[in-house]
Design a protein around this ligand. Structure first.
Ligand code: NAG
Ligand code: NAG
Ligand code: NAG
Ligand code: NAG
Ligand code: NAG
Length: 539
């Protein structure tokens, strides 16, 4: 009860401070957003950003006396329209742009943002190359695919597969994501056997053709890195081609979990097709605030204010607005005025040829960027804080598995502790050191309902037989010797190999390759070196 006595005094102090410090702060600050309204991520992000803007404007503790004006522009999935949209926003004097949603647009407009000193804070562009020093004004409040691909490579390693086939959409997001996967696999002595690019506007024939051809290859582990696809076209075709069966492994980056979350519950037929698929989802810790927002979202859905379920990018989008608002608040508290000035270089261009004369440089841009990089608060998606690469400090990934027409949680991945069945935030710090012994995931049900880990490869139709170099010696011929006039070998070692071969539960075509002329003993070092060098001519 005693608290009541103090309250009026605190309020008085507050009013006094407000009156002096904020007297000349701007009445309105413009913040832009570029996204595609008609997309899985855009539908959730737009509603989340609008909710955040109205929360910021209603919150007396932030940007007092200043209204955040939120100006949006629809890129409609087009890099061209997105870039034109960015110009429109910049003409309106925005101090920051939230977005873009797509990596390709981010590449395009990052240079413009640099020139005009307007920070871009994306909640959904995951292309790793956007962290380049080339784009100092690009920040990312979502996990870079460099990180997701480390998780994916660990997953492939965890199940002991050696080679995968990568299917990706052939744009900045897809290509650069798969290139990061390539790097991560290389670190673990694993590899992508084949990269299969899909055109951005792919049709069913293209997928059919591509998947059908991929069956001629040996690997049966597919990593799919495409955009959110509510129709699940790829898996629909894979099922038609009998590729959702127990010989196959399907791993999906977080486009799949975002699609599933956004349309939950998915139709039964879609979930049926996805039987056995394993995917990643950006991990967001459970919290009271997150639960409250989820239930608020439910109400918005009921009232028709939201047209999509909430997904992780929606949480990121909400937090991004707050990150920008906090930074503007700090900026205004210190500098009060927001000014723009004409850029000499732009003015020197002939304005009649190109309409750049409305574009101005944001004078406080690099200060606002500094403030953004100092961001540190707990949002709906967890801790919001940027690292040196201007990416969000990562919270890891969930590993999901679709089985029995439901999405199951198999475990978690974090950079520091690898795989675990406990969320990363629940792992005690003393256990929080990566160790191969502690790696653990719950049981996965694989395609075809199998509980047994698929082998992940097959002897493909056009695969070359295993070639086995055998010393063709002049002495100790009872161990291995070449039969006259043909390539067949005999001897104790050969018998042992053939017996051991019978224990392998699948067919391995092989061929003996005699090494040496049979008149003198061959040099073993040379034989081993030729294997290591992958010398392909007959040995
Ligand atoms: C968005 O693009 C599609 C085709 O890509 C077009 O049919 C549609 O009219 C566009 N919508 C808007 C709002 O421009
Ligand atoms: C996709 O399929 C269409 C025909 O359906 C074809 O014209 C086009 O060349 C194919 N694209 C690729 C990249 O294979
Ligand atoms: C798949 O490829 C084979 C040849 O390798 C061809 O005979 C078959 O018709 C193809 N199937 C489809 C559905 O395209
Ligand atoms: C406010 O803006 C003016 C230019 O319009 C500038 O000269 C002045 O230094 C700015 N004040 C602060 C505190 O940044
Ligand atoms: C992941 O962990 C490694 C060392 O364990 C570290 O070098 C790397 O910077 C970490 N990556 C991120 C994105 O935190």
């Amino acid at each position: 009860m005693e608290h009541f006595g103090f309250l009026p005094m605190i309020v008085l102090v507050g009013v006094f401070l407000t009156g002096s410090v904020y007297s000349r702060s701007p009445a309105v600050v413009n913040v832009g957003a570029i996204f595609t309204q008609n997309s899985v991520i855009g539908r959730a992000a737009k509603v989340a950003m609008e909710a955040a803007v109205s929360d910021v404007n209603a919150d007396p503790t932030i940007l007092k006396g200043t209204k955040l004006r939120f100006i949006t522009d629809d890129a409609n999935c087009s890099v061209f329209l997105g870039s034109v949209g960015a110009f429109r926003l910049l003409e309106k004097g925005v101090v920051a742009i939230i977005g873009p949603q797509s990596s390709a647009i981010a590449h395009m407009i990052s240079e413009i943002a640099n020139g005009l000193q307007v920070p871009l804070v994306s909640y959904a562009a995951t292309d790793p190359t956007l962290s380049a020093l080339q784009f100092p004004f690009f920040l990312r409040n979502t996990q870079s695919d460099a990180f997701q691909m480390a998780a994916m490579a660990d997953l492939i390693d965890f199940y002991e597969w050696k080679e995968v086939i990568a299917i990706f959409v052939d744009d900045d997001y897809g290509r650069n994501g798969i290139s990061a996967l390539d790097d991560e696999l290389h670190k673990r002595a694993l590899k992508i056997a084949q990269k299969l690019p899909l055109a951005i506007q792919f049709d069913l024939d293209n997928i059919t053709d591509m998947l059908n051809k991929s069956r001629l290859l040996g690997p049966r582990v597919y990593v799919v890195h495409v955009g959110p696809d509510p129709k699940m076209r790829l898996f629909t075709i894979a099922q038609k081609l009998q590729m959702m069966t127990s010989n196959y492994v399907w791993l999906a980056t977080d486009w799949l979990s975002v699609t599933l979350d956004s349309f939950s519950p998915m139709t039964e037929s879609s979930l049926q097709i996805l039987q056995g698929v394993v995917g990643l989802r950006q991990h967001t810790p459970e919290s009271i605030r997150k639960r409250a927002f989820v239930s608020r979202w439910g109400k918005m859905l009921d009232e028709g204010l939201a047209s999509s379920e909430l997904n992780t990018y929606g949480l990121n989008a909400y937090d991004t607005v707050w990150a920008v608002a906090h930074s503007i608040d700090n900026f205004v508290k210190e500098h009060r005025n927001i000014t723009f000035s004409f850029n000499d270089k732009l003015l020197k261009m002939n304005p009649s040829k190109i309409q750049l004369n409305k574009l101005k440089v944001f004078d406080g841009g690099s200060i606002l960027l500094e403030k953004l990089l100092e961001t540190s608060f707990t949002g709906l998606s967890g801790q919001v804080q940027f690292n040196q690469d201007r990416n969000i400090v990562s919270g890891g990934y969930d590993v999901i598995n679709i089985d029995q027409m439901a999405v199951h949680m198999v475990g978690y991945w974090s950079n520091s502790s690898g795989f675990s069945v406990l969320p990363p935030e629940n792992i005690k710090s003393e256990e929080n050191s990566y160790s191969h012994l502690h790696q653990k995931l719950n049981m996965v049900t694989w395609p075809g309902g199998s509980m047994e880990r698929p082998r992940g490869w097959e002897i493909a139709d056009n695969e070359r037989p295993l070639r086995i170099g055998v010393p063709n010696r002049a002495s100790f011929v009872e161990f291995a010797t070449k039969l006259h006039n043909n390539l067949n070998m005999q001897g104790y070692c050969i018998d042992l190999f053939i017996e051991a071969r019978k224990l392998v539960p699948y067919d391995v075509p092989y061929r003996f390759e005699p090494f040496g002329d049979g008149h003198s003993n061959p040099n073993y070092d040379n034989l081993v070196k030729m294997v290591a060098d992958e010398v392909s001519k007959n040995i």
